[in-house]
Design a protein around this ligand. Structure first.
Ligand SMILES: C[S@@+](CC[C@H](N)C(=O)[O-])C[C@H]1O[C@@H](n2cnc3c(N)ncnc32)[C@H](O)[C@@H]1O
Length: 291
């Protein structure tokens, strides 16, 4: 393992699966289809890029997807996903691979999909823009590209705010000194998080109990993922929109969920076969279009 990447996403997902239940799946299903604006995934093929726990592949299975392909770089994430496929009685239309979204040989054997789902993944590859392009290339005509990437907060003069360098240092420390990460950084970060909840006037017990409403996730898993997740890149909404439209002019932005903080921006593009925003093709459009 790379000395700078002691954190294993997959080990963290294994821990998450200890608290897995069908309630989390129902929340994940709702999160998938609400943003898509579809009632279910019947008749659709679903590619889960960087599947992590496999929760969203499982949700796609439950939503009736006709073909599911899940892959992840981390062998323990792959094991998690296999565990969930076993739970679904090993359906033959759900395949799982270990590999990288940067591996063009792997991708060329997968085919194209009605829905390519890459939530919280591509900014951890070390080559975010190449990963964004590779995953987009797997979307069928008329298909959807559903991705989430860390938001870039801008500082003075339009360069990335200092907070990004701060978190980069924390992540490096967490990865190069796992004991410091586990026994110092984790308790500090979790304490700071609870203090923030209290400062907002919320009851921390209720807040943590309700955390699962956030995509079926667990706050401990998310906190560790946030601190350990490395490499770490980020982008503004405008950068993502301009990049995707520049590479794929027939991708149109259908839905978006933005944050002003250090969280993730969600994007839903659809490959419609024609461009609704001619200006974007010339690189002079400043804001996302909506269909
Ligand atoms: C934050 S988790 C997101 C998991 C899942 N997509 C979700 O929404 O819960 C990021 C996942 O991306 C995987 N990952 C990181 N680099 C990758 C790469 N180059 N190719 C495929 N997966 C990768 C990690 O192993 C990890 O499981």
């Amino acid at each position: 393992m790379d000395q700078e990447q002691a954190f294993s996403f997959g080990r963290n997902w294994q821990d998450f699966l200890k608290s897995f239940d069908e309630g989390r799946v129902a929340i994940a299903e709702a999160s998938l289809i609400d943003f898509l604006g579809l009632p279910d995934l019947r008749g659709k093929s679903f590619l889960d890029v960087g599947c992590g726990s496999g929760l969203f592949s499982y949700a796609a299975f439950r939503l009736g997807a006709e073909r599911i392909v899940s892959f992840d770089l981390d062998e323990f994430s792959v094991q998690c996903c296999r565990y969930l496929r076993d739970r679904a009685q090993q359906p033959s239309h759900w395949e799982i691979h270990q590999g990288s979204v940067l591996d063009k040989d792997l991708l060329s054997g997968l085919g194209q999909f009605d829905l390519v789902y890459a939530w919280g993944v591509l900014h951890h590859t070390g080559q975010m823009w190449e990963a964004v392009e590779n995953a987009a290339g797997l979307v069928k005509p008329d298909g959807y590209y559903y991705l989430a990437l860390y938001n870039k907060i801008l500082g003075r003069g339009g360069s990335p705010a200092w907070i990004h360098s701060f978190w980069l240092s924390v992540k490096r420390l967490y990865n190069t000194h796992p004991a410091v990460g586990m026994y110092v950084l984790e308790p500090l970060a979790m304490g700071a998080y609870l203090a923030m909840v209290l400062a907002r006037g919320e009851n921390p017990v209720t807040h943590l109990k309700d955390y699962r409403t956030n995509r079926g996730m667990s706050w401990r898993t998310d906190a560790r993922d946030w601190m350990g997740g490395y490499p770490y890149e980020f982008a503004t909404v405008e950068e993502v929109f301009t990049f995707v439209r520049g590479k794929f002019p027939d991708f149109n932005l259908l839905n978006i969920k933005v944050t002003s903080g250090r969280g993730l921006n969600w994007y839903l593009f659809r490959r419609t076969g024609h461009s609704y925003c001619e200006g974007a093709d010339r690189g002079d459009t400043k804001s996302p279009s909506r269909e």
